[in-house]
Write a protein that binds this ligand. Structure first.
Ligand code: ZN
Length: 133
């Protein structure tokens, strides 16, 4: 699974709809799990609560079975003219990816078809728990 293929999977999940209380489906995520399966998700941005596309895809992966390792992950968004953008995970999602399994510090976060960063490099000081005297 190339970065470009995963980007296209994420883009295929995009299906925006304006609900009474918010916009849903305008960001699409795809992740390649440790079991080799692809899981997708869309953002659910409603007033009472909100979930990023990444967290929805991770929830689907966990629901599907006993998989917690993420090899690659990408989120995408389209503007009004239909141009596709790859967007980085927010801080909440970065932390959730790490806390789903510590092995996910090695997850490749796709930032472009030719650019990835490991999650650990997007979470500086993730292991900084400095005991105070
Ligand atoms: Zn997020």
């Amino acid at each position: 699974m190339t970065n470009e293929e995963l980007i296209l999977k994420a883009a295929s999940a995009i299906n925006p709809k304006q609900l009474k209380n918010g916009l849903v489906g305008d960001v699409g995520c795809a992740l390649l799990a440790g079991n080799g399966k692809i899981y997708t998700g869309v953002c659910v941005g409603i007033d009472s609560n909100g979930y990023c596309a990444e967290r929805v895809a991770i929830g689907k992966m966990i629901t599907d079975g006993s998989e917690y390792v993420i090899k690659k992950i990408v989120a995408t968004w389209k503007d009004e003219e239909g141009y596709l953008y790859v967007i980085p995970p927010c801080g909440h999602c970065r932390q959730m990816i790490k806390e789903t399994d510590e092995k996910n510090l090695e997850t490749e976060v796709i930032l472009d078809k030719d650019k990835i960063e490991k999650l650990k490099d997007l979470l500086p000081y993730h292991d900084w728990w400095k005991k105070q005297d």
